[in-house]
Design a protein around this ligand. Structure first.
Ligand code: GLY
Ligand code: MN
Ligand code: MN
Length: 408
């Protein structure tokens, strides 16, 4: 068993910080649901996971009642009911007892069926309902807390629904030292996968073999899985931004664009490297590779507290445009990284402690050349630290390592 890195008291501190921010309002976070198909894997709502560390409580709800005078009742956890017949299928569950309180670090735990009994008086008392979840687009289901609050507001006159959706975005986007440790570990595991690929990459392999090589290495080095579906696109497929098939045979002279990251204790790595299948870049591939790398380094050099993604994008795009490939870089420069691969993004410039990706690319389908280079960058007090820098990146490094392994 691998030791959990984030201590229980950090989750408790996150909850109290959130309760304080509510200033008399109530908020709630659902854990998300488990479908009843064997094809689905339950992924907790990342806000719920961030606040509780509980990754195996579908159907639960965290209720934050900052208007409650009793401190131990300001945070209440509602769990789905026990059902001995369902437990035979889905797994045995604990009763509500001291052991569970200790394991969760939460004093006040009820079953979800009794939610009304606590939510309604709290809403009557404080009349302020705080939406903590990010709002959904018009074509999506209404965010889960807003949906419930609308029902509460229909029943209690004078209740106001407020927008607090920036609070968790701001909290989650500045990683604690424990979170940085977990992310570093996810990246270190990811680097093991990329090393294995560099050792084995050769024409005749299938893209799926590359995916399997990476992901097997992740698992034997402590990951339970990936942060997102691995992209392993060779030749023309390297130019498909979210390529998923991973089922072509690698040809000599082709590039393979590999975008993959292990998940460790809920946190994701997100790394892209583009390698020449035969171990050596062609002149044209190298020319474009150097432009993408220069663009990436230009953006990384600009990372520091106070900058925006727009400024980082501009730094990389300037290099790519100057080289004449303006239309061949059609995605953004990067995103926050954490419990989600595209992690929650606050409406503010970068702060110390943020972990982001920088990932410019140039995609030329007519030449079957797709090159993306992606690193995971920690924003430090004075600048940045590239957390994935150990994964070979320059033409020289890549060709040297691949040559060593081909000569074995
Ligand atoms: N792996 C998805 C991305 O790089 O954004
Ligand atoms: Mn990626
Ligand atoms: Mn990314």
């Amino acid at each position: 068993m691998i030791k959990e890195i984030i201590p229980k008291k950090e989750y408790a501190a996150r909850r109290s910080r959130l309760v304080k921010s509510l200033k008399g309002a109530i908020g709630l976070i659902h854990s998300g649901n488990l479908g009843n198909s064997l094809h689905e894997t339950y992924r907790p709502n990342p806000n719920f996971l961030y606040l509780t560390g509980l990754s195996n409580e579908p159907g639960a709800l965290l209720f934050l009642d900052s208007s409650n005078q009793v401190e131990s009742k300001q945070v209440q956890l509602f769990l789905k009911p026990r059902d001995p017949e369902i437990e035979v299928w889905d797994g045995y569950r604990s009763g509500i007892n001291q052991e569970l309180r200790q394991a969760t670090g939460i004093e006040t735990i009820f079953r979800i069926g009794s939610l009304d009994r606590y939510l309604t008086p709290a809403a009557v008392r404080c009349k302020r309902l705080a939406c903590l979840q990010t709002f959904s687009g018009c074509s999506q289901p209404v965010s889960s807390d807003f949906a419930l609050f609308k029902k509460v507001a229909e029943r209690i006159p004078g209740v106001v629904i407020e927008d607090h959706s920036q609070t968790l975005a701001k909290m989650r986007s500045r990683k604690s030292s424990h979170e940085i440790k977990v992310i570093r570990k996810a990246i270190e595991i990811t680097s093991r996968g990329f090393s294995r690929v560099l050792e084995q990459l050769a024409p005749g392999m299938n893209e799926f073999d590359v995916q399997e090589t990476l992901e097997h290495a992740y698992k034997i080095h402590g990951a339970r899985g990936v942060g997102y579906n691995t992209i392993a696109g060779s030749g023309l497929n390297s130019t498909v931004l979210h390529y998923q098939a991973n089922d072509a045979v690698l040809q000599p002279e082709e590039l393979i664009c590999i975008d993959s990251g292990a998940a460790f204790q809920g946190y994701c790595a997100d790394v892209t490297r583009t390698f020449p299948v035969s171990g050596k870049f062609t002149k044209r591939q190298k020319e474009i590779y150097e432009i993408v790398l220069e663009a990436e380094l230009a953006a990384i050099r600009k990372v520091r507290p106070g900058v925006t993604f727009a400024q980082l994008d501009q730094a990389a795009r300037g290099v790519i445009c100057k080289a004449g490939f303006a239309d061949a870089f059609m995605h953004g420069i990067g995103h926050h990284l954490g419990l989600e691969v595209h992690d929650i993004t606050p409406d503010e410039p970068l702060k110390e402690g943020a972990v982001i990706t920088i990932e410019p690319g140039v995609y030329l389908p007519d030449e079957k050349i797709g090159i993306r280079i992606e690193d995971d960058i920690l924003v430090t007090r004075t600048g940045s630290k590239n957390l994935s820098e150990k994964i070979p990146e320059t033409v020289l490094q890549i060709e040297r390592i691949m040559k060593q392994h081909r000569h074995r």
